[in-house]
Design a protein around this ligand. Structure first.
Ligand code: NAP
Ligand code: ZN
Length: 347
């Protein structure tokens, strides 16, 4: 068993520190990837602090991985040494259930294998992208188009696909009014992608602090949710609202911003439950839904869409020794708009 340099949380809520973790030998259908960049997703913070419970420690977070193939197993057909590839939130699934067969591996009935904080089919813990290398089955890697630099591509592997998938499913496009709640890592990709799809895009942010950025990213309108006037002015406005907020939200208030038959899709994963007045659904035949990342084929489609439209994440590249500081800044909503770890700093 080979070991590689990594950054890990040794225990729940403990600061991350430099360590080494094992990677499995390259199997028949595996590729070895030298990781160039790993994005910091808010989900990394929820899990490193065990906010969702049942965390496996030591934990090497990171599911926004961009790198280069450096070795291939004998049965690998999709990739060659030197190919630029990405790995997102899961690295395996049962491959036979109805969802896996439809390319919805994220909803695998037996549960897909998380890139980190999970266990593989042999029961071994999985370790994520805050490391120099990762070994994955070729079917769970995606190709990063040549025109997308690896650093701005990394966050697409979670933030990009998590917004692309519901925007496609709920048909964002010309003539549709779409609101994105929360302008962080996920939210800023939602604005870029919804704008590229031709929708009229509104950002709903806690304050007007990020207004200029939001308009530059492609939003047509920007409102502060701390201002009660926002909820009066925008009542009944949107076809689709996607909430990316990492904390509990007053969904009753946001549902009132939908047209009749509109949908509020929540992708945020707060650590506490929320309450809801069901009349906010009944009154307008409205839908409250959720959505989780996207399948492998759709992730490839998203990367190709982003390359075609010249979309990458807005990033702040950091060395691994700044991960703990970056976590604190994400928790303060002080990130514009994704921290990306340069994993060369681990070597
Ligand atoms: P992030 O960069 O921290 O962005 C979240 C944004 O939500 C913040 O920038 C802030 O935007 C807003 N916000 C934060 N606290 C708030 C509060 N108390 N009230 C109102 N708004 C608040 O996080 P992220 O990486 O985008 O992830 C967002 C959430 O999605 C996390 O819970 C994460 O675990 C989850 N997630 C889900 C999936 C999925 O598949 N469904 C995938 C990835 C991540 P403003 O400053 O604009 O208000
Ligand atoms: Zn994520």
């Amino acid at each position: 068993m080979t070991t590689v340099a990594a950054y890990a949380a040794p225990a729940a809520k403990a600061p991350l520190e430099r360590t080494t973790v094992p990677i499995r030998p390259v199997g028949e259908h595996d590729v070895l990837i030298e990781i160039a960049y790993a994005g910091i997703c808010h989900s990394d913070i929820h899990q490193a602090r065990d906010g969702w419970g049942e965390g496996i420690f030591p934990m090497v977070p990171g599911h926004e991985i961009a790198g280069v193939v450096t070795e291939t197993g004998p049965g690998v057909t999709r990739y060659r040494v030197g190919d630029r590839v990405g790995v997102g939130c899961f690295v395996d699934s049962c491959r036979t259930c109805a969802y896996c067969e439809q390319g919805l591996e994220q909803y695998c009935t037996r549960g897909s294998t998380p890139t980190y904080n999970g266990r593989d089919k042999n029961g071994e813990p999985t370790y994520g992208g805050y490391a120099t290398h990762i070994v994955v089955d070729e079917n769970y890697a995606v190709r990063i188009p040549d025109t997308l630099p690896l650093d701005v591509a990394a966050p697409l592997l979670c933030a990009g696909i998590t917004l692309y998938s519901p925007l496609v499913h709920w048909k964002a496009g010309p003539g549709k009014k779409v609101a994105i709640v929360g302008l962080g890592g996920l939210g800023h990709m939602g604005v870029k992608i919804a704008h590229a799809m031709g929708a009229e895009v509104t950002v709903l942010s806690q304050s007007l602090r990020k207004r200029e950025d939001g308009l530059k990213l492609g939003a047509d309108h920007f409102h502060a949710t701390s201002d009660p006037e926002t909820f009066r002015q925008l009542a009944g406005t949107f076809d689709l609202i996607v909430s990316t907020v990492s904390a509990p939200l007053d969904f009753t208030a946001y549902l009132a911003l939908l047209k009749t038959d509109g949908a509020l899709v929540n992708v945020g994963a707060p650590e506490e439950p929320v309450s809801l007045n069901l009349f906010s659904l009944i009154g307008g035949r409205r839908t409250l839904a959720g959505s989780m990342i996207g399948g492998i084929a759709e992730t490839q489609e998203m990367l190709d869409f982003c390359a075609e439209h010249g979309l990458g994440a807005e990033i702040e590249v950091i060395g691994a020794d700044r991960i703990n500081e970056a976590y604190e800044r994400v928790l303060r909503s002080d990130v514009r708009y994704r921290f990306v770890i340069d994993t060369a700093t681990l070597r």
